[in-house]
Design a protein around this ligand. Structure first.
Ligand SMILES: [Zn+2]
Length: 234
């Protein structure tokens, strides 16, 4: 069986040889980014397409007959994480030296990092920092305030997370009552926002070590954010 997954050199320039090679070696079945039908790189030639916008980067696969391997640039908003499909909220209690602190984790599955001037960066995280979240060294210390951000909790676990630039999430979250008891008096919670592996996002117990590693690697950022309990619909 001969297989071929082509990656153009300008894609490799953007994501680095290691990431490109890892991605290339993992491609099996795919949904073509061009024609949206299924393909299988083990039985037909395929190409890698890097789509990037100021707020997102994504490595996808296309049939060889549908596209050439290439970098495609999109404007802000044309290619972005959507709260409906890509962001998974989780209400967690963070163990700290001052006791358990309430936090809301907003996670998305790992994106491809881009290279600029010899440095690797995650475009999503870069955008979150520009909207007022902070790089954090770890989970043990209180996160600096992010005054432009708000978390609204409604009835039946409805949750809305927004910066002063946009609404990032309108969704539902399971809020354990101990979490609410911790969060309500302070009217503020730690927001952690960044990328994790699929397994870490959906782990039964919060994998704190993975969260800390994501913070250290610059794949996750955070802040102390105002909490509004809103019972009416929103
Ligand atoms: Zn196709």
């Amino acid at each position: 069986m001969t297989t071929s997954v082509t990656i153009a050199s300008d894609v490799i320039d953007q994501v680095g040889l290691d990431q490109a090679a890892q991605f290339q070696s993992r491609v099996t079945v795919f949904e073509c980014v061009e024609c949206s039908t299924a393909g299988d790189a083990r039985t037909e030639p395929a190409v890698v397409v890097l789509r990037r916008s100021p707020g997102l980067s994504h490595l996808g696969v296309a049939h060889h007959r549908c596209a050439n391997s290439q970098v495609r640039d999109y404007g802000p908003g044309d290619l972005a994480l959507t709260g409906e499909t890509d962001l998974v909220p989780r209400a967690i209690g963070l163990p700290t030296v001052d006791g358990t602190k309430p936090a809301l984790l907003l996670a998305f599955e790992e994106q491809v990092a881009l290279i600029e001037g010899g440095h690797t960066y995650d475009p999503v995280v870069r955008q979150l920092v520009s909207e007022g979240l902070h790089a954090l060294p770890g989970l043990g210390k209180a996160a600096p305030d992010s005054p432009g951000w708000r978390i609204a909790l409604g009835a039946e676990g409805r949750v809305r997370v927004q910066s002063d630039v946009r609404v990032h999430l309108r969704g539902h979250v399971v809020v354990p009552s101990p979490w609410l008891r911790l969060a309500s008096p302070a009217r503020a919670v730690t927001l952690l926002f960044g990328s994790l592996s699929h397994a870490d996002i959906y782990a039964d117990q919060p994998p704190f070590r993975a969260y800390a590693a994501a913070l250290r690697a610059g794949r996750m950022v955070g802040g102390t954010v105002r909490l509004e309990t809103v019972v009416s619909a929103f």
